[in-house]
Design a binder for this molecule. Structure first.
Ligand code: NAP
Ligand code: MG
Length: 405
């Protein structure tokens, strides 16, 4: 079979530890035999980030802006222990935070659903995609501890003088205060990303805040979404046969639990942080959760939602067998290849990406899976395979699928 040609390169962001091992295996076993893979390679492994003073991360984000599609391996976010382990010059920022800031995007997290891995919520049949606003609110909060007899005020200064609001008069007891902000530009960009992504995947879009209590702050989020929907997206949604739906956050939580899935749930920063972990857990496994960063400028960066699986990596280094789930990382690749194919009008590439996803799902549904899934799968006949065996099995299945077409 002739290899599939690519016209525009993908931005390839390599990473760390076990996922770096998996990255190489995926390329060798499942991609290079079939595709004349064109990538612009950036090594975001921690050594290289340290060597380049993290310039490599910035360069990779700018390349994503240029080419429009990137695929990223999980990376270590340094902490004090990693500073020592890698003898780092600085505690470099999380690459995801750096890339997100440059691309000004929204992160969409979606579960990969397969037979045998049943969601903990029995009614969930289709994916629930969480869209998390990744700027501001409590994450950029300013806090203080206030003593008894102190008074806290909110002061806004500008061209026209100042405005003051009493927060609280701490007469009989000290306490705590917090200031939060968000920007019109960031909320708008979040809303645009959500509407665009809903149109792309043809899922309804739900958005919820606590606007009954937060009559200015949360209410502004609601209004920005409403205004954009009415002026720019209403007709497009109608044509696509999907809906935009706003409700209170408590009502949303209750509805999500009763739903059968198949929608995007847009969340403010904190809600998204908390709810994405709940939804991910309820769908079964971290190894089956993908993530895509969509920028307002139309760039896409695909990755797995999990980390570098450090514990497995140390086993691997000792020469012990590992059974690490590669599906989310594989779906980062297929997501990126599909998008590249779509943007370039390269049908062969999009079909290949879909076939590869099908092969991975069917392999698991046939009962061949890694340890994390083996422990939760309800299939009567299942076998646990190691990291590499799983990818080899997916490769065999892919070959079968392609020969049939
Ligand atoms: P993690 O790598 O997601 O792993 C946590 C645990 O979840 C693992 O020990 C493993 O459980 C299970 N797990 C996660 N992915 C799995 C997979 N594909 N297959 C099988 N089991 C899987 O999180 P972490 O240990 O907290 O973080 C490790 C490193 O990753 C840190 O340096 C962190 O900074 C980084 N990180 C990066 C990203 C990113 O790049 N997007 C995200 C999160 C964390 P068992 O050990 O019980 O098998
Ligand atoms: Mg969190």
């Amino acid at each position: 079979m002739e290899k599939i040609k690519m016209t525009t390169p993908l931005v390839e962001m390599d990473g760390d530890e076990m996922t770096r091992v998996i990255w190489k295996m995926i390329k060798e076993i499942l991609l290079l035999p079939y595709i004349d893979l064109k990538t612009e390679y950036y090594d975001l492994g921690l050594e290289k980030r340290n060597e380049t003073n993290d310039q490599i991360t910035i360069d990779s984000a700018n390349a994503t802006k240029k080419y429009g599609v990137a695929v990223k391996c999980a990376t270590i976010t340094p902490n004090s222990q990693r500073m020592e382990e890698f003898d780092l010059k600085e505690m470099w920022k999380s690459p995801n935070a750096t890339i997100r800031a440059i691309l000004d995007g929204t992160v969409f997290r979606a579960p990969i659903i397969v037979k045998g891995i049943e969601p903990l919520v029995p009614s969930w049949k289709k994916p629930i995609i969480i869209a998390r606003h990744a700027y501001g609110d409590v994450y950029k909060g300013v806090e203080d501890i206030v003593a008894e007899d102190e008074k806290a005020e909110l002061v806004i200064t500008g061209k026209n003088g100042e405005r003051r609001h009493l927060i609280h008069n701490f007469k009989n007891s000290g306490g705590i205060i917090q200031g939060q902000h968000n920007t019109e530009a960031s909320i708008e960009s979040f809303a645009h990303s959500c509407f665009c992504y809903a149109l792309e995947v043809k899922f309804d879009l739900w958005f919820a805040t606590k606007d009954t209590i937060s009559k200015k702050y949360d209410h502004r989020f609601k209004d920005v979404f409403d205004e954009l929907y009415e002026t720019a997206y209403k007709n497009l949604f109608k044509e696509a046969g999907i809906e935009y739906f706003y409700t209170l956050i408590d009502d949303a939580v209750a509805r999500v639990m009763r739903s059968d899935g198949g929608f995007i749930w847009a969340c403010k920063n904190y809600d998204g942080d908390v709810m994405s972990d709940m939804v991910a857990t309820a769908f079964g496994s971290l190894g089956m959760m993908t993530s895509v960063l969509v920028s307002r400028g139309g760039a896409y960066e695909y990755e797995a939602a999990h980390g570098t699986v450090t514990r497995h990596y140390y086993k691997h280094l000792k020469g012990e067998e590992t059974s690490t789930n590669s599906v989310a990382t594989l779906f980062a690749w297929t997501g990126a290849l599909y998008k590249r194919g779509e943007l370039d009008g390269n049908m062969e590439l999009t079909i290949f990406a879909l076939n590869l996803e099908k092969a991975a799902k069917e392999t698991i549904e046939d009962g061949i899976m890694t340890g994390d899934l083996y422990s939760i799968s309800t299939l009567p006949q299942k076998v646990k395979v190691n990291t590499e065996e799983f990818l080899v099995k997916v490769g065999e299945r892919l070959q079968e699928i392609m020969e049939k077409q």
